[in-house]
Design a protein around this ligand. Structure first.
Ligand SMILES: Cc1cc2nc3c(=O)[nH]c(=O)nc-3n(C[C@H](O)[C@H](O)[C@H](O)COP(=O)(O)OP(=O)(O)OC[C@H]3O[C@@H](n4cnc5c(N)ncnc54)[C@H](O)[C@@H]3O)c2cc1C
Length: 545
């Protein structure tokens, strides 16, 4: 019998970071029938699994949603690529693999907005249950969970000098930069890599349970809209290989299509701002003004420094050395091709009066050649810092441009709308320069090459951020959770105004988390599964917080 004819208890839309976690948890009960639908194909390409294959995968339209933003003055009037993963694992199959959990204080702030179910106690227990960390178990760190996490193997004169420079500025050196103390810190950044292979959510959470007879995973199925019986979600309408198909959900439809697709899917289904829906001829099922609003994104900037060739990995990623390193990877699953996008992370206060870090720097011993149209490393040695404000407050939007599911939504980042964000970007850039100016790192640096010494004053730094900034692939917030009636989903992540429908992906954060978002997206889905399976006050897998 085809999957379209079988009613499932749960239909999950999107097999990304959140969707794979959800499919794993809900199908643990053999009596529950779960359908996971993914628009992209299988994650078979070897460059998905080789960590440094990321550049090739991101350039391959087969694995990518080619989202573009609307040009705006804050991005120097240039439309930006906000590509997202489109395969099993979603963006976790194409991301930089840096594993950051957010600050404990973020989740306390979430508890203030959405209740104790989202406080650090609960999320810490979810992380502990999820993680299989190389550093072993600790109070809120897991040692034998399905998500394998390892530490960078690189330890060079340059990377050690970066860490010492951070210590000179008062950052604590941490073996695990994710411990929940929220202090200023620096250290080698954990990665979702195990034995040299990317640990996407599909690898961690889906592959081990694919044989469950009650779990059906369909790829190449793009969901167009949610089907309703009056106000109850009862299934989805989709296209498989261009052919229309529907799937029935007896219990719930669960949206995990990501912060750019989930709001568009809701809007196409009649849940969203009434004016927008009517403009595109869509019947309004529930007027929810904030569907697609409250978009948050880190506006990062890559700063670069020239260092001596032998201190940098630039030569490892070009010419014959690239070929040799790729061969080495396939023989040993080791070497430069087995590394994440960044090796070191620093979290710091850009101003001393702050109560917790507001800036992040990710650091890697290579530099990009921005003068070339295609992705290349520089020929000379270099080191780059990706810097951003951790919790930007400016909000943008995601809005459909038509009822046609084949048309990607309009994304307006609205970066830097607020003075607080503009000021912080300058402060954070200056902090990064102070880090580079500390011994022993300063002695290894020849010059800052990007943005470079011409950018010093507040106005010049603002210009640098307009010219060289970019969306750091962490969009969230477009279906925010809350107790207030204007929020899109309630604290149990149920879509307000309808029944049988939840959102469990990175859309639901009401604000930006303090760091990269893959870990938090998976932890939220893990918590959401607790809530679906056991209702509020359920702990994660019985783990004590
Ligand atoms: C290039 C890049 C680098 C990143 N680097 C890092 C990093 O180093 N560390 C980190 O922590 N985070 C990183 N992130 C962010 C992180 O990967 C995301 O925050 C996380 O994957 C979001 O999870 P999600 O479940 O909300 O969405 P996704 O993981 O994007 O999953 C959404 C899934 O839904 C599918 N889908 C969408 N629409 C439909 C539809 N209509 N029908 C069916 N399926 C649909 C998509 O194809 C996708 O598989 C990066 C992201 C990118 C893109």
């Amino acid at each position: 019998m085809s999957a379209a004819a079988i009613p499932f208890d749960y239909v999950i839309v999107g097999a990304g970071a959140a969707g794979c976690v959800m499919a794993n948890r809900l199908s643990a009960d053999p009596g529950t029938r779960v359908l996971l639908l993914e628009a992209g194909g299988r994650d078979r390409h070897p460059f998905i699994h080789m960590p440094k294959g990321i550049a090739k995968v991101m350039a391959d339209p087969a694995f990518i949603w080619p989202f573009m933003t609307q040009a705006e003055p804050a991005s120097n009037d240039v439309a930006e690529s906000w590509a997202r993963g489109r395969t099993l694992g979603g963006s976790s199959a194409v991301n930089g693999m840096v594993y950051v959990r957010g600050q404990a204080a973020d989740f306390q702030a979430l508890a203030d907005i959405a209740g104790d179910e989202w406080g650090w106690d609960r999320i810490g227990a979810a992380y502990k249950a999820m993680e299989g960390h190389e550093l072993g178990p600790a109070r809120t760190r897991g040692g034998d969970g399905p998500l394998r996490i390892s530490m960078p193997t690189i330890r060079t004169k340059l990377t050690e000098a970066v860490i010492s420079a951070g210590q000179a500025l008062g950052l604590e050196r941490r073996d695990d930069v994710n411990d929940p103390a929220d202090s200023q810190r620096i250290g080698y950044a954990p990665r979702t890599i195990w034995k040299g292979k990317r640990q996407s959510a599909a690898v961690a959470f889906l592959a081990p349970v694919r044989a469950r007879p009650n779990l059906t995973v369909l790829t190449g199925v793009a969901v167009d809209r949610i089907l309703f019986d009056k106000h109850r979600a009862v299934g989805v309408a989709a296209r498989k290989d261009g052919v229309a198909v529907t799937f029935k959900a007896l219990s719930e439809v669960i949206l995990a299509a990501g912060a750019l697709s989930t709001p568009a899917l809701l809007q196409r289904s009649g849940v969203g701002p009434a004016g927008l829906l009517r403009q595109h001829g869509i019947a309004v099922r529930h007027d929810s003004a904030e569907v697609g609003a409250n978009l948050r994104e880190h506006r990062g900037m890559v700063m670069q420094w020239r260092v001596k060739d032998h201190l940098s990995q630039n030569r490892d990623f070009q010419g014959l050395r690239l070929l040799a390193n790729t061969a080495r990877y396939y023989l040993t699953h080791d070497g430069p091709m087995a590394n994440a996008a960044y090796e070191i992370g620093a979290w710091f206060k850009s101003r001393p009066d702050l109560d917790r870090p507001d800036g992040q720097i990710l650091i890697a011993p290579f530099t990009f050649d921005y003068a070339r149209p295609t992705f290349r490393m520089e020929r000379q040695g270099g080191m780059n810092f990706c810097v951003y404000r951790l919790r930007p407050e400016s909000t943008g939007s995601v809005r459909i441009g038509s009822a046609d599911p084949g048309q990607l939504p309009a994304i307006m980042p609205n970066y830097s709308a607020l003075e607080s964000d503009r000021r912080a970007m300058g402060d954070i850039t200056r902090f990064a320069r102070r880090l580079a100016a500390q011994a022993p790192l300063a002695g290894l640096i020849e010059a800052e090459t990007r943005p470079g010494p011409d950018y010093q004053s507040d106005a010049e730094l603002a210009l640098a951020h307009r010219r060289y900034g970019y969306g750091s692939y962490h969009a969230c917030g477009t279906c925010r959770m809350g107790r207030d009636p204007a929020s899109v989903v309630d604290p149990e992540l149920r879509v307000r105004g309808v029944d049988g429908l939840r959102v469990v992906d990175s859309s639901v954060f009401p604000f930006m988390l303090s760091g990269n978002t893959n870990g938090p997206a998976m932890a939220v889905a893990w918590r959401a599964a607790d809530l679906i399976l056991n209702g509020p006050a359920a702990s994660s897998n019985g783990a004590t917080p």
